[in-house]
Design a protein around this ligand. Sequence first.
Ligand code: NDP
Length: 252
Amino acid sequence: MSRFDGRVAIVTGAAQGIGAATARLLAAQGATVVVGDLTADRAHGTVEAITAAGGTGLAVGCDVTDGESVNAMVTTALERFGSVDILVNNAGITRDDLLYKMGRADWDAVISTNLTSIFLVCQAAAVPMVKAKYGKIVSLSSQSARGNRGQVNYAAAKAGVQGITATLCQELGRYNINVNAVAPGYIATAMTDATAERVGFRPEEYQKMASEQTPIGRVGKPEDVANAIAFLASEEASYITGQTLYINGGVR
Ligand code: NDP
């Protein structure tokens, strides 16, 4: 018997990075995983990896900023697999700039993709979870919620994720739904590689600099975050709700 046998999970933004690692891990531990990303084509690679490892996954195109697209993904999960037991709100983007240079479009895009999306996906997925009196929701916040130069949009969105988490814990607890967040520090993915290049470094150089400022002496891997998400989605964490777990190698 595996940890998530019989459970159905949705992971958004799961074509690559932390989302892909989480989808693969949940599937390896028995969950049937709906692998969401902007297009089903983008999500296929993760499903192929899941299938090759003996698991079950379905690629679904879902833009998390679009309520209709979100509702369609949840409906697909229900029609194909009968329930939505685990939701991982992972899709996210950065559009960094200092306050005086940041355009309204970059503010709106980041708030919409990293914060409004979580409201939309939780609202849709909570319906079957409440009916089933079972659910595990884990959302991606960030170390940047504590403030990060050049990320006023992203920091606001990721702090907002913690507020949504603390609130939904109170609203949904009575339905046996746990709602938590993880707040990663520097994790080596396409997102942080792009940040490195934008500020004029090669990703390896930027990772080395980040490692030197991290008590544990290295940057994170997507699997470091996936492991914590899987724990929070499991029965072992059934008395943990409303929390944000920092996964940052000890950075303050
Ligand atoms: P990546 O950029 O590697 O992956 C994010 C995925 O989300 C991509 O596949 C992207 O698709 C997808 N995506 C973007 N917009 C949407 C949308 N509107 N609807 C659906 N999918 C979308 O990021 P990471 O793996 O690094 O990050 C995953 C999450 O973790 C994000 O929420 C991020 O903010 C958070 N995080 C990451 C940290 C890090 O150091 N990497 C640190 C702290 C938090 P596409 O590529 O096509 O745009």
